[in-house]
Structure formats: structure tokens, C-alpha cells
Ligand binder design. Structure first.
Ligand code: CTP
Length: 433
């Protein structure tokens, strides 16, 4: 067991997102000392600190502070809340607690984890967990670079503990699983490994490939649930810098992960998908964006693949129907007027339309323009104003509003005054008939 002395104050200063948390941590330290239970930081927070300090890597501030206790966490927290205003928000089946604390009027969310051992009884299924010693808690982890811990209380206060040569791998820039069965137990780790490789510009160790081989032999990726598989892919989008997406997808593709997970993916679509995602900034909700990402990723000739990602029958059937609809119009696409195209696009829900923009390069440009511009063009005149001008209530109003939109899209009408003129012309023609 390698032990290295660490400047605890410097560590905390570097990792804490807010200085108010200092006081909180020193109270947590006091409680753990009084109870004789070992409290420590583990995972990403330790890894990122070392990358920053020892190897001068530019790393964004860690968001999750994983604070682990070798002991009885529930009563520990009860004792802590006698000193700090706080409450347990959520307790998971994995002996973890999401906690909210109030420090001088400001609220913070902190994850507390019980030092635990994991037992995987079934391939690619969630493990059974048991309270255990910190050494087991280190050895249950995914990669050596994530298996370093820094103690906050005795017997290892201010000590970095390295059981798995994680520091060496950090130095060498290597992603190494802790054991060769790691991806059989939990294939989501493959996606995590790919994210770390791309995020830090690291390489896979030989053991990574051996563990991957074993995972393929046991068909573990096929046994991973659709929800968990979809979640891992969504993390490429939500947890990593946008500029890394292509690299993440290509690495996954080249390692044959998609195929092993029974997902038909067309790498020809990656560029279009990424470009469209860039265009969407702030225009659709995060949920819609994630759905579009998964839709756009699959090979359009095998949309059944979407069932593998947990999508439901009505959603997949709807996409297949709209795809068929666009495919039918495609041979005449050049001959169709802009307004007619807009009318087609308007019938298709946005997430589906964007997906079709990825599947059919021919319509991509117009889909983007529709999305960013055309769909937002609305008449300035209201229905009430139209009635005042003499338009009959009912169908006629709808038809006129549509006509104004058409003329605006085609650039023939530019101001409210011109909209009124258009309405008057329409009424005049009608009275002559
Ligand atoms: N972990 C694991 N296997 C998983 C998920 C998590 O072993 N499938 C362990 C790793 O030790 C990881 C820690 O739990 O470091 C915390 O997980 P998470 O918060 O997801 O990752 P971070 O290490 O904080 O990394 P990131 O910067 O990606 O958030």
C-alpha cells in the first residue's frame, strides 16, 4: 500500500467549489474523529487534484465531491446535523446518501457514500453491496486512476493512499481497469473509460483491451439494459466538452462497442449529427436534445435499433412513418416550393424532423433554416385585428394568417403595413367575385 503525505489545506482549497464548505468539512472531520470512523475523498475529486497539481493539467473544477465513510453513515449524518443545518434528501440501495446542507444561508448538495464491497452475481447486472473496509471500497472501482483516496481523518489524515498503482497510471496517462472481469461485471465502464481517454488525452492500457475481449466473449454488452446503455451514450453529450463528441463516437465505433451492444450505427452520420447539435444551442430542451442525439445516432436502415435503447413502440413507429413520408417526397424535392416544404416540415415534430435532417443530407440545410428561421416567422396582425379589417370569423382568419406567413417567408411582405395591404387586397378581390 503506497502512502503519500498531502497538504490537506491545499487539496481542499483546490477542490472545494465554495470556501463555505471548509467549515463544513472540518465539522465532518470532527464527527468522524469522535466516532473513530475513517472519512475520505475518493474517485474523480482525487484524480483531478493530482492531474492539476502533479502534472499541471488544466482540469475544470470537479462537480461531484465523493465523500466516503468507513462506518455507519446514517448515524454519522444524524450526529453531523446536530452541528450543521442539513437533511438527507435521498438514500440509495447502494448505501449512498444525497445530503442538503445549509451554510450561512447558502444550500449545498453533497454525496456521502458508505465504504462498501460490491458483489456481481450476474453479468452486466447491478451489484449487491455490503458495508466494508476502505480497501474493499478501493478495489471495487472501475479504473486505477479513479481508485486513489485522500484521508480526512485518522488513521490516514492528509494521506494519499494508492493500492493499485493509480498514481503511476496517471503519470503515464493510462486507462487501466482494476481487474480483467471489470467490464463483464459492469460494461458501462467501457463508456466511462472512453470518456476519460478522450477527456484527458490518455491511452488504453493493455489490460483495457484484455478486459474488453473478456467482455465480448461473455456477451456482457448484449446483456446491458437499454436504459443503462442509453444513459451512458447520453453522458457523451451532457458530461463531456462538445468538441470531444466526434472522438468519443469514433473511439466507441472503432472498438466495436456499438456492434457488441447490438446497436446498428452509421458512422457516416456522425458529422451531420454533430453539426446539427451545434445549431440547436438553446433552442430545444435538454431532454429533446438527448432524444435527437440517440435518434440521429442509429443507422436509418435499422431503426429497430432504437428499441435496444429503450424507446417505445409508438415513438419508433412514428419515426419510421415520418422517414417514409420524406423518402417519398425526395425524388421531387427540387421541384417543391419553399412554402410547400415548410408545410411538410410543420407536420413533423421537431425532434423527428431534426433526425430526418441527419438521415437525408438533401434536406439538412432546409431543416436547419426551418428550425432557426422559418418556424419563427409569424404575422404581426392578430386575429382580432383581422376581424376589425373586415375578415369573417372562422376559417377565413386561419387562411389569411397562413397567406401572410407565406408572403413573409417568401420575402414579399416585410412590415405590418404590408400585411394590412395584403388583407385589403384579399377582401377587395373577394368583394369583386
Ligand atoms: N465508479 C465505478 N464504476 C462505475 C461508476 C463509478 O467504479 N460504473 C466509481 C469510480 O471510482 C468513480 C466513482 O465511482 O471515480 C465516482 O463515479 P462518478 O461520480 O460517476 O465519476 P467521477 O470519478 O467523479 O468522474 P467524472 O469526472 O466523470 O464525474
Amino acid at each position: 500500500m503506497k502512502k503519500i503525505k498531502i497538504e490537506l489545506e491545499d487539496f481542499l482549497k483546490t477542490i472545494l467549489p465554495d470556501q463555505k464548505l471548509f467549515k463544513f468539512l472540518s465539522l465532518a472531520q470532527d464527527v468522524s474523529k469522535k466516532r473513530g470512523e475513517f472519512l475520505y475523498f475518493a474517485g474523480g475529486v482525487v484524480r483531478d487534484y493530482l492531474l492539476k497539481k502533479l502534472y499541471k493539467k488544466k482540469i475544470p473544477k470537479t462537480k461531484d465531491l465523493d465523500l466516503v465513510l468507513q462506518g455507519e453513515l446514517r448515524s454519522f449524518l444524524k450526529e453531523l446535523f446536530e452541528k450543521v443545518k442539513g437533511e438527507i434528501l435521498f438514500e440509495s440501495q447502494f448505501l449512498t446518501y444525497k445530503v442538503k446542507v445549509n451554510l450561512n444561508g447558502k444550500e449545498f448538495l453533497i454525496d456521502f457514500i458508505t465504504a462498501r464491497k460490491e458483489v456481481y452475481e450476474d453479468i452486466a447486472k447491478l451489484p449487491k453491496v455490503f458495508t466494508s473496509h476502505f480497501k474493499d471500497d478501493i478495489l471495487r472501482r472501475d479504473f486505477t486512476i479513479n481508485a486513489l483516496i485522500i484521508g480526512l481523518s485518522p488513521p490516514y489524515e492528509g494521506i494519499l493512499i494508492d493500492l493499485v498503482k493509480g498514481e503511476e497510471d496517471l503519470k503515464k496517462g493510462l486507462i487501466r481497469p482494476l481487474n480483467l472481469n471489470s467490464f463483464v461485471d459492469d460494461p458501462t465502464r467501457i463508456f466511462r473509460g472512453i470518456r476519460y481517454k478522450v477527456r484527458f488525452g490518455f491511452n488504453f492500457s493493455e489490460d483495457f483491451f484484455l478486459a474488453l475481449k473478456r467482455c465480448f466473449e461473455k456477451s456482457a454488452l448484449k446483456k446491458l439494459s437499454g436504459t443503462r446503455l442509453a444513459n451512458e451514450l447520453k453522458l457523451y453529450l451532457t458530461k463531456e466538452p462538445e468538441k470531444n463528441l466526434k472522438d468519443l463516437l469514433m473511439t466507441t465505433y472503432e472498438l466495436n462497442i456499438f456492434e457488441e451492444a447490438e446497436l446498428k450505427i452509421d458512422k457516416k452520420n456522425f458529422n451531420s449529427l454533430i453539426r446539427l447539435l451545434k445549431e440547436l444551442k438553446g433552442e430545444i430542451t435538454e431532454k429533446e436534445k438527448e432524444k435527437f442525439f440517440l435518434f440521429g445516432l442509429v443507422n436509418p436502415h435499422f431503426l429497430e435499433s432504437l428499441y435496444r435503447l429503450g424507446f417505445l413502440d409508438p415513438e419508433v413507429k412514428e419515426l419510421i412513418r415520418y422517414k417514409g413520408f420524406i423518402k417519398e417526397t425526395l425524388p421531387n424535392w427540387e421541384k417543391i416550393s419553399l412554402w410547400e416544404k415548410i408545410k411538410i416540415f410543420e407536420k413533423i415534430p421537431l425532434t423527428y424532423l431534426l433526425t430526418l435532417g441527419v438521415y437525408f443530407p438533401k434536406i439538412k440545410k432546409e431543416v436547419v433554416k426551418f428550425f432557426k428561421e422559418y418556424r419563427k416567422i409569424k404575422p404581426e396582425l392578430t386575429g382580432e385585428e383581422l376581424i376589425k379589417l373586415g375578415v369573417k370569423e372562422g376559417k377565413e382568419i386561419g387562411a389569411l394568417l397562413d397567406l401572410i406567413r407565406k408572403e413573409k417567408v417568401e420575402g414579399k411582405v416585410k412590415s405590418k403595413e404590408e400585411e394590412k395591404n395584403l388583407v385589403n387586397q384579399f377582401l377587395l378581390k373577394k368583394s369583386k367575385n
